[in-house]
Design a protein around this ligand. Structure first.
Ligand code: EPU
Length: 338
């Protein structure tokens, strides 16, 4: 039976630690709970599906029903000689899945170690870090369309993955609950050391000594050194996406800012690290009241105390304005704002 709580504080359910309330809140643990909560939701009621709340900023009370996905579990299915399919419940902690794969010596998600959030949230924004992206190992997912009640399987193409984006962030936003995700992992060694900082940490280790466990531990160490732990200090990882610009625009910027960095981007353009743009605007480690950017990574906005979501949003607009005025680039937020 699904227990529905009313006028429920979401403070423990978002890593910014914002104290807002939801009209109704339900935690679901199995697929049958999805059908049940759907029956108890009016067609005009606003819905928000929540994982571990690590990529969300609440700026006001939520006038609707928050459905927290706690459907957990990891299963293996044989696939081919060199590959294996792993299925995980949408409510499984992402890092538990990374640890599971590393313990079994399966390759593919070790670079994505320690990313906060759940397995069900991972495809929504096609999580990525240290040269890897979820879409590289994605096989399919299963879930429920909340409008029709229908159970649907999505293949990789149907998810329309892009940089920090998928169909579940677009037309299916809060319409589709991801119950299970299937990944194809590799049993054969396939280390991905394309990311400079990771290669640097491992340059004394020979290729044959690399394991998914060693890589995931190294990535975790880099992240711990650089990024604030959401369990200790309120934040939601990168607040903004790295902006993409056309080659011509980048050339113009380069004339003015000679050392502007870039990542190559597939479709005729480049991505510029938002952290660099923000730092150049004097916002690295800048704090206003109880809101500020992290001292090592200004892409991360921090709640230093009992601040409100609105204050964080206002601070983020200041960052956007500063970057826009200096570089004529509008930063898009990665965090979902409600
Ligand atoms: N940089 C600065 N100043 C800084 C920090 C970074 O100028 O203080 C510049 C440097 O040029 C550096 C570049 O930014 O080379 C990239 O920095 P970093 O390696 O920290 O990565 P990022 O592009 O800022 C992205 C993801 C992170 C992910 C890292 C590592 C996005 C929006 N963010 O950040 O993901 O951990 O790469 O792969 O793509 C998240 O999504 O929440 C997240 C933390």
């Amino acid at each position: 039976m699904v227990i529905i709580r009313t006028d429920f504080s979401l403070k423990r359910f978002n890593t910014f630690g914002i104290d807002v309330k939801a009209n109704r809140f339900a935690d679901i643990f199995r697929e049958s709970d999805i059908i049940e909560i759907r029956k108890q939701t009016a067609s005009n009621e606003q819905i928000l599906f929540l994982g571990s709340g690590s990529n969300i900023l609440f700026t006001k009370n939520f006038n609707g029903v928050v459905i927290k996905n706690s459907i957990k579990g990891i299963e293996e299915k044989e696939f081919g000689e060199d590959e294996i399919i792993i299925s995980a419940g949408g409510g499984t902690e992402w890092n538990d899945l990374v640890n599971y794969a590393a313990s079994k010596n399966y390759w593919g998600i070790e670079n994505l170690a320690l990313i906060p959030g759940t397995v069900g949230a991972a495809p929504i924004q096609n999580i990525g870090a240290y040269g890897a992206e979820l879409k590289d190992v994605f096989h399919s997912l299963e879930g429920y369309n909340f409008d029709s009640g229908e159970k649907i399987v999505f293949t990789k193409d149907e998810c329309e993955f892009k940089y920090r984006w998928s169909i579940f962030k677009g037309e299916l936003r809060n319409k589709f609950l991801i119950a299970k995700v299937n990944f194809v992992l590799n049993k054969k060694p396939s280390p991905n050391l394309t990311y400079g900082a990771l290669r640097g940490e491992l340059n004394r280790v020979s290729i044959s000594e690399l394991t998914p466990l060693l890589i995931s531990e190294t990535v975790s160490k880099i992240r711990r050194n650089k990024l604030p732990d959401p369990a200790k200090i309120g934040n939601a990882g990168s607040f903004f996406k790295n902006p993409k610009v056309k080659n011509e625009k980048f050339a113009e910027l380069q004339n003015q800012f000679h050392n502007i960095p870039k990542f190559e981007f597939e479709q005729g353009g480049v991505k510029i690290p938002a952290a660099w743009l923000i730092e150049k605007c004097g916002f690295k480690g800048k704090r206003i009241g109880n809101v500020g950017t992290h001292k090592n990574q200004p892409l991360v906005i921090i709640n230093f105390g009992e601040t409100s979501g609105r204050r964080i949003q206002e601070f983020s607009v200041l960052v956007q304005k500063a970057v826009y005025e200096k570089f004529n680039i509008l930063l898009d937020h990665e965090v979902n704002i409600y």
